[in-house]
Design a protein around this ligand. Structure first.
Ligand SMILES: [Zn+2]
Length: 141
């Protein structure tokens, strides 16, 4: 994990439901982004759900993602919308994981500029100043 110090984020995390808890626990404790795989049909999904979005089976398990993705979309925010993110402009991406799901994450403005759409990116885990682990994408070599 890169020990980049970022803004405080713990106060702005969403309400974590029971079925999302494995995702958050793994991200915060192990710095691993977990996604769900249906044990009945093999469908891979994110965000987490108590059932498979494809076949509605309740037999979904957690698997680590590879961390490899392609840049699907990016936006640069020039206005501060959330208190923990006072430094504008800042960039946010949607990245399509190698496994299929699309994930939202941070990216530095510099990396957003030099990463083309559909270009290879990978996950880097960064800690905020309060210790919250966030997903950030960086260009893949
Ligand atoms: Zn399924």
């Amino acid at each position: 994990m890169q020990e980049a110090q970022r803004e405080k984020a713990a106060d702005w995390l969403p309400v974590i439901t029971e079925f999302e808890k494995p995702f958050w626990d793994s991200l915060q404790k192990d710095q691993v982004l977990m996604i769900q795989k249906c044990e009945d049909c093999g469908h891979i999904q994110f965000p987490p759900s108590p059932v498979c979005a494809d076949c509605l089976s309740g037999a979904v398990s957690w698997v680590p993602c590879s961390g490899k993705a392609r840049l699907w979309s990016k936006v640069i925010f020039h206005k501060q919308y959330l208190e923990p993110y006072p430094d504008t402009p800042y960039s946010v991406v949607l990245a399509k994981l190698e496994e299929g799901p699309i994930v939202t994450g941070r990216i530095t403005n510099e990396n957003a500029q030099k990463t083309a759409f559909d270009g290879p990116v990978k996950i880097q885990y960064v800690k905020t100043t309060d210790g919250t682990v966030l997903v950030e994408f960086v260009p893949a070599d």
